[in-house]
Design a protein around this ligand. Structure first.
Ligand SMILES: Cc1cc2nc3c(=O)[nH]c(=O)nc-3n(C[C@H](O)[C@H](O)[C@H](O)COP(=O)(O)O)c2cc1C
Length: 179
C-alpha cells in the first residue's frame, strides 16, 4: 500500500508525526505547499496539520486539496497542545470544521509547546489569551483553559508515536471492494 503523507508544521512537532508515518509505509512525503493533487500516486493520502487557535494551519489550502480527493482514501491527523480525549476531540472537530473536512476520518496526537521558539506574534497572542483566562473565575474554566494556564510560559514535548495507533488501524482496515 502506497501512502502519501502531506503535512504542514510551524514548529516541527507535526512534521515529526508525518515523518514517522512515512518511515513505516512506502510512498511520498510532501509539505502541503508542494502537494499537487493531480500528481498523486496511489489511493491513500494522510494530511497532518497542527491546530492553531481552534483552526488548522493552512486551512483553506487543506480544504481545497481535500475537496479534490474524490475516490481516494483520505484521513487527517491533527496535532495540538491539548490533552484531548478521543470523544472531546471529535466533538470539537465536528464543531469547528465544516465543508470538505467534515466527513474525513480525523485523528489526534499531542504535539509540543516550544515557548522558546515561538514568534513574537504568537507570544503576544498567547499572552492576551493567558490574561483573559487568568481573570476568569476558577469554576468557570473549560478543561482546555485550565490546561492552558498550566502549560503557558514553559516548554513541553508530548510527541508520542502511539498516537498514530488509531490511524494505523484505519489504514489497515481494507475496503471490501479493494482486492
Ligand atoms: C498561537 C498558538 C495557538 C495555538 N492554538 C491551539 C489550539 O487552539 N488548540 C490546541 O490544541 N493547540 C493549540 N496550539 C498548540 C499547537 O497546536 C502545538 O504547539 C502543536 O504541537 C504545534 O505544531 P507544530 O510544531 O507542527 O507547529 C497553539 C499554539 C500557538 C503557538
Amino acid at each position: 500500500m502506497q501512502v502519501t503523507v502531506v503535512y504542514s508544521s510551524k514548529y516541527g512537532s507535526t512534521k515529526r508525526y508525518a515523518e514517522e508515518l512515512h518511515r513505516r509505509h512506502p510512498g511520498a512525503l510532501l509539505e502541503l505547499k508542494d502537494f499537487r493533487p493531480k500528481s498523486l500516486r496511489g489511493d491513500v493520502v494522510v494530511f497532518f496539520a497542527p491546530i492553531y487557535a481552534f483552526g488548522l494551519l493552512n486551512l483553506s489550502t487543506l480544504e481545497r486539496d481535500i475537496s479534490r480527493m474524490q475516490g481516494k482514501k483520505v484521513a487527517i491527523f491533527c496535532v495540538g497542545a491539548s490533552n484531548y480525549n478521543k470523544k472531546e476531540f471529535r466533538r470539537l472537530y465536528r464543531q469547528h470544521f465544516d465543508g470538505p473536512l467534515k466527513d474525513v476520518p480525523a485523528f489526534y496526537g499531542r504535539g509540543a509547546w516550544q515557548r522558546d521558539k515561538m514568534t513574537r506574534m504568537d507570544k503576544v497572542l498567547l499572552r492576551l489569551n493567558y490574561q483573559t483566562i487568568k481573570n476568569k473565575h476558577k469554576d468557570k474554566l473549560q478543561p482546555w483553559e485550565e490546561e492552558f494556564l498550566t502549560i503557558y510560559g514553559k516548554n513541553w514535548d508530548w510527541v508520542d508515536f502511539s498516537y498514530l495507533d488509531a490511524l494505523e488501524e484505519w489504514l489497515k482496515a481494507r475496503d471490501p471492494f479493494d482486492d
